[in-house]
Design a protein around this ligand. Structure first.
Ligand code: A2P
Length: 316
């Protein structure tokens, strides 16, 4: 299954993507994991300039083409993202060109603004410091994204981590509407407000941390440890991860699970030949909501970023 994106020459986005990011990792591990994913059947890969996985992802796709796993690069759907330090009108096109050099590709299928946050130009560091944050130029940055699309370097353009308020600001200045908004979403953080808004505007939603994330902060994982999901998984003879991915898919959202493990990669694609029941869906809709991955917490906790992230998530 695939989702048709709004931009005419964009190819449809395969219904599950592989998150190409692992911390810490090496280029070799990433390259091998992408090859394993291609063998398992993945055709949709999600990277970002921040992740430093563009080069090994590109190498794996080139290698898969040489091996005949892929007939051509066109068979892969590749997303990359503009980091906060690159969110300046005159840096967008050069940043995409740099990503394309890393990927060894002529175009990406989807180019996303990683965060609605602009940081003084400089090294791509994370977390960002509050004194480096500058006002986000929605009009200027989006016009530069549109130019990337017109030049054929990004078949589709979109955003990530945008709330309805950010989308309002963007839509007020956009000539080409965003095709995708990629946000944190899973049964424990269901993002109903953003999803309703995006559905009304024809923006496809993609879900990062569809399994509750990588447990950066060692506080457990409310998705993988959910008793509700565990019960449903047992009843359906599936894993909790599959129940979560299937539920996201049934909501009309594209999950982007992250695993570099062969077995789990395979499992994460096996969500299309079965479905949840009405009762399952009802139970999942009643799971208490909690923001888990805390992309927010990964930003500087003091001062502006605390309020910035509050602002980012206030209406969810
Ligand atoms: P691993 O990388 O060892 O496979 P998210 O996609 O929400 O960011 O979550 C990623 C986390 O979920 C990783 O720790 C990953 O572990 C784990 N994971 C990915 N797929 C599965 C699966 N099918 N079953 C169990 N855990 C999984």
């Amino acid at each position: 299954p695939e989702a048709v994106l709004r931009h005419g020459d964009a190819r449809p986005m395969p219904a599950v993507g592989m998150g190409v990011a692992e911390y810490p990792s090496t280029p070799e591990r990433t390259r091998d994991a992408v090859l394993a994913a291609l063998e398992a059947g993945f055709r949709h890969f999600d990277t970002a300039s921040l992740y430093r996985t563009e080069a090994p992802l590109g190498e794996a796709i080139a290698e898969a083409t040489r091996r005949g796993l892929l007939a051509s690069r066109e068979e892969a759907f590749v997303t990359t993202k503009l980091w906060c330090t690159q969110c300046h009108p005159d840096l967008v096109l050069p940043s995409l060109r740099e990503s394309l050099r890393n990927l060894q590709m002529e175009y990406v299928d989807l180019y996303l603004i990683h965060w609605p946050i602009s940081v003084k130009p400089g090294p791509m560091v994370f977390p960002v410091k509050k004194e480096d944050v500058v006002p986000f130029d929605f009009g200027g940055v989006w016009r530069a994204m549109e130019e990337c699309h017109r030049l054929g370097l990004a078949k589709a353009i979109g955003v990530s981590n945008f709330t309805t308020k950010h989308l309002d600001k963007l839509l007020a200045v956009a000539t080409i509407l965003p095709a995708v908004n990629q946000v944190e979403m899973n049964p424990v953080w269901q993002q109903r407000t953003v999803r309703e808004y995006c559905a009304a505007k024809g923006i496809r939603v993609a879900a990062y941390s569809p399994l509750g994330g990588q447990n950066w902060i060692g506080e457990g994982n409310d998705v993988m440890e959910s008793p509700v999901l565990a019960d449903i998984a047992r009843a359906r003879g599936k894993s909790i991860a599959q129940v979560s991915l299937r539920w996201i898919h049934e909501q009309g959202v594209t999950p982007i699970p992250k695993s570099y493990n062969k077995e789990r990669l395979k499992q994460n694609l096996e969500i299309f030949d079965w479905e949840l029941t009405k009762e399952d869906r009802l139970k999942i809709s009643q799971i208490p909501q909690k923001k888990i991955v805390t992309a927010a917490r990964m930003f500087s906790p003091d001062g502006e970023f605390a309020s910035m992230t509050c602002h980012v998530y206030k209406d969810e």
